[in-house]
Design a binder for this molecule. Sequence first.
Ligand SMILES: Nc1ncnc2c1ncn2[C@@H]1O[C@H](COP(=O)(O)OP(=O)(O)OP(=O)(O)O)[C@@H](O)[C@H]1O
Ligand SMILES: [Mg+2]
Length: 258
Amino acid sequence: MSKIISIHSFRGGTGKSNISANVASQLAQRGNRVGVIDTDIQSPGIHVLFGMDDEQIDKSLNDYLWGRCKIEETVYNVSARVGKGEVIVMGADIFLIPSSIRAGEIARVLREGYDVSLLNEGFRALVSRLNLDYLVIDTHPGLNEETLLSIAISDVLFLILRPDQQDFQGTAVTVDVARKLEVPNLFLIINKALSSYDFDELKQRVEEIYDSPVAAILPLSEDVARMQSSDIFSLRYPDHPVSEAIRRVVDYVEAVGK
Ligand SMILES: Nc1ncnc2c1ncn2[C@@H]1O[C@H](COP(=O)(O)OP(=O)(O)OP(=O)(O)O)[C@@H](O)[C@H]1O
Ligand SMILES: [Mg+2]
C-alpha cells in the first residue's frame, strides 16, 4: 500500500526541505519507489537539494495547477542526481515534482491562486501512475489551504520544531488542527537542538507537551549548515548523528501500516 507523508512546520526555516529530501532519499535507498513534491509554491526550494536549477526545470507543479499540462509531465527522475560527487546506487527510483522558481509564476500564484482540489487529484494520480510506495510532500510553513489539504490526506504527518518558544507555540496550534483532521499517524521531529542539551529529557518534555511521539531529534550541525542545501546530507555522511536521526525517522515511516 502506498503512503502519503507530509513534512510540515508552523514556522519557516525549521528544516522541512532538507528533512524531506533526506527522508525521501533514504526511503529510495532502501528500495522504495518515492516521489517528492514541492507544494511550497510561494517559496520553493527542495529542487536545489537534488541539484536542479531554473534551466533544468521545464514544466513544474504550477503548469499542472493552471491546466497547462498533466501532472506526469512535471515529474523528473532525480535518482542519478542524489549524492553528487560520488556514485551512490539507489535501491529504487526517486522522482521530484518541483514548483516553479520563476518570479512571474510565483507572483501569479500569489495574485490569482489556483483550485486547491487539483492538488489532491495530482497527489493521487502521481501515486498510481508512478506506482509509488511513498509520496513525500514538502510544504509551505504555517496553515493555509494547501497545507491543510496535505495534512488532511496524509497517512503520516511529521511536524518539525526547533527548541524555541515561538516554534513550541505554533506547533501546539498545528497539532490541534492535525487532531481535528484525524491524521492517523502524527510524529514530531525536533531539529537544530544544541548538542549540549539532554536529548532524552528534551524528548520526554516535548512528548508530554503535545501528547505525541518524537520520532527523532536532529542536532544543530555546522556540517549540515556548511552543505548549504547543495546535496543530500545523509547519503554523503551516512555515519553522522544527523543521518542516524534521519534513518530513525525512516524507520517510523516504514513501520506504519506494517
Ligand atoms: N540540523 C541542522 N543543523 C544546521 N543547519 C540546519 C539543520 N537543518 C537544516 N539546517 C539549515 O537550515 C536552513 C533551512 O533549512 P530548510 O530550507 O530545509 O528549511 P525549511 O523548513 O524548508 O525552510 P522554509 O520554511 O523556508 O521552506 C538551511 O540553511 C539548512 O541548511
Ligand atoms: Mg522549505
